[in-house]
Design a protein around this ligand. Structure first.
Ligand code: V55
Ligand code: FE
Length: 487
């Protein structure tokens, strides 16, 4: 039996919803652009049973995949649990059998020895298949027609890492996927396996190497010639797992690195630049400029996540747990293994930033992300005391001019990760729509907002109204009609 009464953080808008959904021909305010056909696929989580430990990471939440399916100006919504072996085992036992985040030593003695992943981080459409990704396991294949779970996928047996990142990169020029797994040979192993997979889904390259220390390698960036691999701050060990702790602790003294790997190179060619001690959880993009490699990313000054506490017991610092859009320059011709850092915008932003994905690895101009615009009102009488937690706006950050354009979602709203949808396949960079799900705290419902990316100040083009709180996403991806066999 599920009992959430002792979960103080899972109340009100944040209470679990625990149902699977189909909404046909959703209610819409405004007009859905008929020119965009495909689906906004979102992956996140909902607790089937409450966590076994109150200090567990929210990243242990059971995976839940959903999509807003766009077809000729009409939108349908579908939501399904990701039915992992862990989900099925819990459901059969009618309780949470699995313990803390990536720590099998904290499981119930009766928990079966199955894959512990909850598959809750990023949806991926690649080589005609849809996947649910989480960095502690292989991709889980999902049927794009029904969103039912098919099972783990290892790319015809040629993908040997036991884990697969939530942030693979697709090269828009070659169609190849650059992807990797860390802790690749098992729990607490310091092996990273880096792969190139061609557009038909076959592995064409594998590179095996070790990270400077075992850390959360959550995201990478690519250029036409290089792969950039940030390593920062989070540490782990078999000892801490046996002590019953969550997988990661924050070590403020651990150096931060960015590994620069030639895409056609060998393990010996990797150069680990020592970057300023920030946390680079997500990247925006990278590029080559002569002998220089340039990375842009929203980086945190210190530990981003209070639920991965510091190893020396210092309390989490919300001021330093903020992210700023920054640029890092690494010079391959210099003997200096350091990096130049520039902060590009003075305002702190959500680190769930995105670009027009067609420009991955290429020179680009715009970054998009959410932020809290303090000059906009928040209606506490209707939305409750949540004003400090909201991203009420999306911004288009012009990296060429330093200008910013903003979209405001509403005075009882908080926006989840933004996504850029090109108006047409060959539209210029930034010509298209920003879409994303807003939580409307006053109406206790979710709303998919759609704005013209070049006219953000004009507000909504359309808004899809769901009559309930949709499961919140970690990441979402726009998947064009021709990429998957949708229903
Ligand atoms: C992140 C999210 C995860 C995870 C590891 O945002 C890192 C970073 C939702 O799960 O398992
Ligand atoms: Fe992520």
């Amino acid at each position: 039996m599920a009992d959430f009464s002792n979960q103080p953080t899972m109340k009100g808008f944040f209470a679990p919803t625990r149902f699977e959904a189909d909404v046909y021909d959703c209610e819409v305010i405004g007009k859905i652009p008929a020119e965009i056909n495909g689906a906004f696929v979102r992956l996140g989580g909902d607790w089937l049973y409450p966590p076994k430990y109150s200090d567990d990471s929210p990243f242990s939440v059971d995976g839940y995949i959903s999509m807003f399916r766009f077809k000729n100006g009409v939108v349908d919504y579908k939501g399904r649990w990701v039915k992992t072996p862990r989900f099925r085992a819990d459901l059969a036992a009618h309780k949470q059998l699995f313990g803390k985040y990536r720590n099998p030593f904290t499981d119930d003695p009766s928990a079966p020895k199955v894959d512990r992943t909850v598959a809750n981080t990023t949806p991926l459409a690649f080589a005609g298949k849809l996947f649910a990704l989480k960095e502690d396991a292989l991709p889980y294949e999902i049927d794009p027609r029904t969103l039912e779970t098919i099972g783990p996928w290892n790319f015809h047996g040629k993908y040997k890492s036991l884990t697969f990142t939530a942030h693979p990169k697709i090269d828009p020029v070659t169609g190849e996927m650059i992807c990797y797994g860390y802790e690749a040979t098992g729990l607490e192993s310091n092996d990273v396996f880096l792969y190139t997979i061609d557009k038909t889904g076959h592995v064409t390259r594998e590179l095996r190497f070790k990270a400077p220390y075992i850390s959360m390698v959550h995201d990478i960036a690519i250029t036409p010639k290089h792969v950039l691999i940030p390593v920062f701050g989070y540490v782990t060990s078999m000892e801490r797992l046996k002590e019953g702790k969550v997988h990661w602790g924050w070590d403020g003294k651990a150096p931060a690195y960015v590994g620069v790997v030639p895409r056609d190179g060998e393990a010996k060619d990797i150069r680990w630049f020592q970057a300023p001690a920030r946390a680079t959880v997500h990247t925006l993009n990278a590029r080559d400029e002569g002998s220089k490699v340039i990375l842009e990313a929203p980086t945190y000054d210190s530990n981003p996540f209070p639920f991965f506490p510091s190893v020396d017991g210092t309390p989490w610092d919300p001021q330093r747990g903020r992210a700023y859009i920054r640029r890092y320059t690494f010079d391959l011709n210099s003997k200096d293994d350091g990096a130049r850092e520039e902060t590009l915008f003075s305002m702190n932003v959500s680190d769930l930033g995105r670009i027009d994905d067609r420009y991955t690895s290429l020179p680009y101009r715009y970054a998009y992300t959410g932020f809290n615009d303090r000059n906009r009102p928040f209606d506490e009488s209707r939305a409750g005391n949540l004003s400090l937690r909201v991203n009420n706006s999306y911004g288009r950050f012009d990296l060429a001019t330093g200008k910013m354009n903003r979209y405001f979602a509403g005075d009882t709203h908080s926006l989840q990760e933004v996504c850029f949808v090109p108006r047409r396949k060959n539209a210029p960079e930034g010509d298209g729509y920003l879409i994303g799900v807003a939580s409307n705290f006053a109406e206790m419902r979710s709303e998919l907002v759609i704005a013209d990316a070049q006219r953000l100040e004009e507000g909504d083009v359309a808004r899809v109204i769901l009559p309930f709180r949709a499961t919140s996403q970690v990441h979402g991806r726009w998947v064009n009609e021709d990429e998957l066999p949708f229903a």
